[in-house]
Design a protein around this ligand. Sequence first.
Ligand code: TXE
Length: 490
Amino acid sequence: MKHYDLFIGGAAAKPQSGVWFDSINPYTGEVWAKIAKADSNDVSAAVASAKAAFEGWAGTHPSQRGRLLYKLADIIEANAERLAEIEVRSNGKLYAEMLGQLRYLPQWYRYFGGLADKIEGAVLPTDKANIFNFTRYEPLGVVALITAWNSPLLLLSFKLAAALAAGNTAVIKPSEFTSASALEFAELCVQAGFPKGVVNVVTGLGAETGQILCRHPDVAKISFTGSDATGAKIAEQAGKDLKRVSLELGGKSPNIVFEDADQEAAVMGAISGIFAASGQTCIAGSRLLLQSTIHDKFMARLLEVARAAKVGDPMNPDTNVGPVATEPQYKKVLGYLDIAKKEGAKCVLGGGPYTGPGAKGNLFVEPTIFTGVNNKMRIAQEEVFGPVLAVIPFKDEAEALAIANDIPFGLAAGVWTKDVGRMIRMSEKLRAGTVWVNTYRAISYMSPFGGYKRSGMGRENGQDEIYEYLQTKSVWIATETAAVNPFVMR
Ligand code: TXE
């Protein structure tokens, strides 16, 4: 049994509470690690260590910060298999998926490492005589990075690479369900040569450790990935404390298939939108909008492919669908299956716990499809975060748009069509931070990602993100000194 301590000031630190909690393997149901529970003293120690490291890190030449991020990228690459296995042990996602993520992860550190020495202010023309005015972008200080369990290190890297490149120091609070990988990752930061205190990790429950961290007066910004309910709580408190906050909060994304689309490609896109990762992704295409003219034929093929999906051991390369990650999540998903049935949606695939070949532990849910869904139903409006697809028919483009946008969320949307004009019209009118056309689930370190409406605020990835971790200073230098009237504005 592996015991994980906290990570503070560049080294493992025992929790002052003396308490460790269980990390459970969702596939086997067994406790595989013990994770330290950080109390307020531990959080204070972690924030103090990040604060002490801040001046030095912010003052480190940006090219040197970039070099360290590059080095970290190489070390992650060398540890990808090991880290991917830890992720699978914690959240039960497919090894193939987690290894793909881990092998991709170094790119975040290279991209933002490369950007570190390209953060440029500007010399601004002003209307004032004899003034030289320029801007500087400066880091914020200590940032709290709070992440979810579905893709732990990927979600962390969405935040950490930019935060560090910009010159901030970090205290990470991973999900209590998947804490091990962040602690292993912090050790890699030491190997890469990051100064002590630049990266710290506190582990524990959200409502305890997470909340204490968010409220700490020396935390300048909170960057959060998780549920909209928790995001709203964090933003409310951050408002009172006047802290910056950025939020990535999941969604209920529409995947819209028109009659002129490449049908086979769209079927695969629909499957990847909802059954990949057992539907536990913020960008899940959990509402499939089908043009009525193709509905029955499309459904026949979709069901054929979905039925062939292999459920089982996430470490097995042949498995397509693994368990749900946690017991609360399992109960939540089953709850929504009941809700959908009561609402009158027609269950055409699955609809309950999966106990067939390959199942182990108690957290498997059948890949499930409901047809005849009305967009007003809860199964269409609320995030299930499981392998559950709601199929909604539509007549024409206008109706597709109306249904797609009639939702509190706006993280992503998929459109399947061969009509170029429609691609452009739809991408303009869909109220979502990401629109995919004839593809789904494409994400890159190079392209901004984030939500409209209740899917969040702020952007991760791409050059936009660096400004989430910087503040602008405007500097005014008089080129000629003169004694002027002090009682009027210059
Ligand atoms: O999320 P929480 P949970 C959605 C998905 C899922 C639901 C619940 O629908 O069913 O959220 O998942 C920390 N102050 N998403 O319970 O509660 C917590 O410890 C500070 C969508 O895991 O939002 C964890 O580290 N921190 C999402 C993180 O917040 C707090 C991905 C997320 O926990 C806190 C995952 C508090 N008061 C779930 N309370 C996405 N955007 O993709 C909790 N935390």
